[in-house]
Ligand binder design. Structure first.
Ligand SMILES: Cc1cc2nc3c(=O)[nH]c(=O)nc-3n(C[C@H](O)[C@H](O)[C@H](O)COP(=O)(O)OP(=O)(O)OC[C@H]3O[C@@H](n4cnc5c(N)ncnc54)[C@H](O)[C@@H]3O)c2cc1C
Length: 414
């Protein structure tokens, strides 16, 4: 059923008792043409674009928990494309383009809000970094503006420009912003299901069936499922675990990343502000909560919990920069598991096992790429090899040195 004002009205007449479930709960079939492991935003977007653009009709998404239980609904929803390198600009800008039409495309309001995103510069070297990146963005067709401290104050009137972390300027991306993260997972799930994709929750992949170095299916907690064509693995923080099941290793480190939100406030902040030098960024959700995040935990772990030291570490600079928030109460804190590559760029790639592809390594910054990643990986699965957007992100780059090295330039406090 198409969501519309009319469907809302007609369902109101029957007391909202007859809405169809957003997606089915099918039993797994014995075989599928394409199996996608991981029902987060990226896996679901992959299934959606594979069905929509490439005519795939026999596709399963296998999710060990529930749709939207992973990082999709644990992130701070920042969307931007102002990376330094051409390959990143192409992939993330493709994603931002898709974000701008996504709610209409999947007929689900993902509450995308391109409210503008500021990267603050606190030091002379920050200023050099934003002007270098801003120039690169300009060349690559990514919108970018350098703001003076006074212009920053127009965006955030209560910011403390002259405190311990003086604000010397900012890089602004007006097309950047936020979206409602679980709506993204639900919207892609519903749209993929409408195209016939089987979304199978509570179905953990526990192994791969490999013959003649070719993947022919997966073992799951709900039985074996054969793959007639290809298997795409999109497991966010569990990429290393799944690669090990397939018999190879990935150049990935797994670390938790935490975030927290405040109690809801009246609207006070209508842009996203990132401050990489002090590892603190902030926005306000449509519910009114201040959404606050920082750098990743400094150790490897699969924990999804928050910790007090992280609140302290991040709240310090936030209060220094925005003193009016000093008496706001923290409401909740959580963590997610992120898989980080040496060059801080993702892996969208064939693997040493034929017909087995991995989409992972998005680290602390994959939410913004959800539609772009899905679109590029769907193309890869349909073709059986990487298309233009995915090609720079092959695993081979860690052997031949052709890195997409955003490590120093990605402007994220990894
Ligand atoms: C606190 C935090 C803040 C963040 N903030 C931002 C941000 O502001 N902007 C941004 O761009 N990015 C951000 N990120 C990163 C972003 O959330 C991730 O890069 C992105 O969500 C990962 O892709 P995904 O959505 O598909 O992951 P997930 O939603 O985690 O999906 C992967 C799925 O795979 C499933 N899975 C794993 N193993 C198996 C298995 N064996 N069998 C079956 N299923 C399996 C998992 O259960 C999970 O549901 C943040 C992350 C965290 C943790």
């Amino acid at each position: 059923m198409k969501y519309s004002a009319f469907s809302l009205l007609s369902n109101a007449l029957t007391y909202h008792q007859h809405w169809r479930k957003a997606w089915r709960k099918p039993e797994p079939k014995k075989s599928y043409d394409f199996i996608i492991v991981g029902g987060g935003g990226h896996g679901l977007a992959t299934a959606y674009y594979l069905a929509k653009r490439y005519g795939g009709r026999n596709i399963a998404v296998l999710e060990k928990g529930w749709v939207g239980g992973g990082n999709t609904a644990r992130n701070t929803t920042i969307i931007r494309s102002n990376y330094l390198l051409p390959a990143s600009a192409a992939l993330y800008n493709h994603s931002v383009d898709l974000w701008h039409g996504l709610s209409n495309d999947i007929n689900f309001n993902v509450m995308f809000s391109p409210r503008g995103l500021l990267h603050l510069a606190h030091t002379v070297s920050d200023l050099r970094e934003i002007s270098r990146r801003g120039s690169a963005n300009y060349v690559h067709g990514v919108d970018a503006e350098i703001l003076t401290p006074e212009q920053v104050q127009e965006w955030v009137p209560f910011i403390n420009l002259h405190g311990r972390y003086p604000v010397l300027g900012a890089l602004l991306q007006r097309r950047g912003g936020v979206a409602r993260h679980d709506a993204v997972a639900w919207g892609f799930a519903r749209a993929a299901d409408a195209l016939g994709v089987d979304i199978i929750e509570n179905c953990e992949v526990t192994g791969f069936k490999i013959e003649d170095n070719t993947v022919i299916g997966v073992e799951t907690t709900r039985g074996a499922i054969a793959a007639n064509k290809r298997v795409g693995v999109v497991p966010a923080g569990h990429a290393g675990v799944l690669a090990e099941m397939a018999g190879f290793r990935l150049p990935i480190e797994t670390v938790p990343l935490q975030a927290f939100v405040s109690e809801p406030l009246a609207p006070v902040l209508d842009c996203v502000v990132m401050s990489n030098t002090v590892h603190a960024y902030i926005s306000q959700s449509d519910k009114g909560e201040l959404v606050i995040g920082g750098g990743s935990d400094p150790y490897n772990s699969y924990s999804q919990r928050g910790s007090f030291d992280q609140i302290e570490h991040v709240a310090g600079p936030i209060i220094e920069l925005y003193p009016i928030f000093s008496r706001v109460n923290i409401l909740r804190q959580w963590g997610g598991i992120t898989d980080i590559t040496p060059d801080r760029s993702p892996i969208l790639s064939a693997t040493p096992v034929k017909e087995l592809f991995f989409n992972c390594g998005w680290g602390t910054g994959g939410f913004k790429a959800t539609p772009g990643s899905g679109s590029a990986f769907a193309e890869t699965l349909a073709l059986g090899h990487a298309g233009t957007l995915a090609a720079p992100y092959a695993l081979s780059r860690f052997v031949n040195g052709d890195l997409v090295d955003e490590a120093a330039a990605a402007a994220v406090a990894h």
